[in-house]
Design a binder for this molecule. Structure first.
Ligand SMILES: [Zn+2]
Length: 129
């Protein structure tokens, strides 16, 4: 399976945020994808864009699947460094341990609650090979 095919397969298993992008995407592709997702799902447009900024700021770290299992990420918060927190995201189960997710403020799409950390990790998956 080529990398591009693997990426498309992963994307198809998610609630569809937007059309998948080719492998080896650039920062402009991340923003383009975020814009498409935001237009498609206005209720989460702010979280999509914040997720894109987290990704572009290098705040998304995939965790070693051999240690943690598949599709686990650590996503750093946007807070100033002194108060920065790391949240744990799973893009297969659609979970995050941030307050926005746990307290039920993050909106739902297709029955999945989606916070900005989840969007950051989902965008990482869609745009990285
Ligand atoms: Zn979160």
């Amino acid at each position: 399976m080529t990398t591009a095919t693997a990426t498309v397969t992963r994307v198809r298993s998610l609630p569809r945020l937007a059309e998948p992008l080719p492998a080896r995407s650039q920062a402009s592709d991340v923003l383009l994808l975020a814009d498409r997702a935001a237009r498609r799902f206005p209720a989460v447009s702010e979280r999509v864009h914040r997720g894109a900024l987290l990704l572009l700021a290098g705040h998304v770290e995939p965790l070693d699947p051999h240690c943690y299992g598949t599709r686990w990420f650590r996503v750093l918060s946007q807070s100033p460094a002194r108060r920065r927190r790391a949240y744990t995201v799973n893009t297969a189960r659609f979970t995050c341990d941030c307050p926005d997710f746990l307290q039920g403020r993050a909106p739902e799409i297709s029955g999945r609650r989606l916070c900005k950390h989840l969007f950051a990790a989902l965008l990482w998956e869609v745009t990285r090979s």
